[in-house]
Design a protein around this ligand. Structure first.
Ligand SMILES: O=C(O)CCC(=O)C(=O)O
Ligand SMILES: [Fe+2]
Length: 362
């Protein structure tokens, strides 16, 4: 359980921007800071990151994708949404208002551009291929494919650096978790929450890379959600959110604490897996997203809401966010740092079990 808090801490990553690399004392300091935030709130803002992508770039990539015609997006839909498609894990998922109006979002997910087949027995579960290649719109309709692939690579590199700082903070060598990252299954997800003025229907359905522990909605809580309460499943999540607001994080008293937009920041949080690996020292904190109100204006490419969208058509977009789920390889054996000799958990199996609870795979 997290502690009681009223806002999320901010961690300044400027030492990682230095091309010479951070000094020894900066490494120590960052490692301690990250340990402290993940052991208390489980969530933080990262500022002055070494990413070359600005918010304007990131939300421009999302806007470009979600502005594609519906049919073109559906050509990339996962098999569970369009049975003639071959992709089971990567690709597009449409909004499902009939399933869960408190989870109203469309998304597009990619893995590594260099994904290699890692299923130990491909025929065993052809229904779900965690290491399948990405699917893409035609080049003309989505010219930014390479940009998105580059963004993925930068996020993977930044996450790996954070993980080595966490390894040190747990008394391990900086490269302790490197074997986890062989054929890493990290996912970059573009998310679009349409503006929603409709009444939320309480539902336990979730589409999220999240825990199964979605609590029932509080009866007296009139909050309309676009993403139900959950914890993330992997190592870390690095989230870009636009200025719409709506992300909330639960503290140990059960209170929902807003995590408002901070320009050019990334929100980072611990996933279930890292909570386990840390021997419970780090916390995978519950979070949720409030539905963007019907009056929400569109988002401009710089992440700031404006009445006009980038081509001036006054389309009302709702909210964009871009989580990056940092995950180990499918065959990675995951163990607590306190229990290096004990039985581990094979990550791919853990994921498959968890996904049976996700609405789009049922
Ligand atoms: O959109 C957001 O701000 C958060 C999304 C999220 O928590 C998730 O996709 O796991
Ligand atoms: Fe999440």
């Amino acid at each position: 359980m997290s502690t009681i808090f009223s806002s999320l801490p901010i961690v300044d990553l400027s030492p990682l921007q230095n091309t010479q690399g951070p000094s020894e004392s900066e490494v120590e300091d960052l490692s301690t800071q990250l340990h402290n935030v993940f052991a208390t709130t489980g969530f933080a803002y990262l500022v002055n990151t070494p990413l070359t992508f600005k918010h304007a770039d990131v939300f421009g990539l999302a806007l470009e994708f979600f502005s594609l015609p519906h049919e073109e997006k559906m050509n990339l839909a996962k098999k569970s949404f369009r049975k003639e498609n071959a992709n089971t894990y990567r690709g597009y998922f449409p909004t499902q208002p009939e399933q869960a109006t408190d989870n109203l979002k469309e998304g597009f997910e990619i893995g590594s551009a260099n994904s290699v087949e890692t299923r130990s027995n491909p025929s065993r579960d052809a229904r779900l291929d965690l290491s399948e290649p990405n699917v893409w719109p035609a080049k003309d309709s989505y010219p930014s494919r390479q940009r998105l692939e580059k963004f993925y690579t930068e996020l993977q590199t930044l996450s790996s650096r954070l993980l080595s700082l966490l390894a040190m903070s747990l008394g391990k060598p900086a490269d302790f978790f490197d074997p986890y990252l062989t054929n890493s299954l990290s996912t970059l997800r573009l998310l679009h929450y349409p503006p929603c003025g409709t009444t939320s229907i309480p539902s336990n359905d979730t589409y999220s890379r999240d825990d199964t522990t979605t609590p029932p909605p509080e009866p007296s809580d009139p909050v309309k959600l676009s993403c139900t309460p959950h914890t993330d499943s992997g190592i870390l999540t690095l989230l870009h959110q636009d200025s719409t607001g709506g992300l909330e994080v639960q503290d140990s008293s059960g209170k929902w604490v807003p995590a408002p937009y901070i320009p050019e920041s990334i929100v980072v949080n611990i996933g279930d897996l890292m909570a386990k690996v840390s021997g419970g020292r780090f916390i995978a904190t519950m979070h949720r997203v409030r539905a963007p109100p019907a009056s929400t204006t569109s988002v401009e490419k710089d992440g700031n809401n404006k009445d006009e969208d980038v081509d001036g058509s006054r389309t009302r977009f709702g909210r964009f966010s871009v989580p990056f789920f940092f995950e180990p390889g499918e065959n990675c054996v995951v163990r607590s740092v306190d229990d290096e000799t004990g039985n581990g958990l094979v990550y791919g199996e853990h994921m498959r079990a968890k996904m049976k609870t996700w609405v789009e795979y049922n």
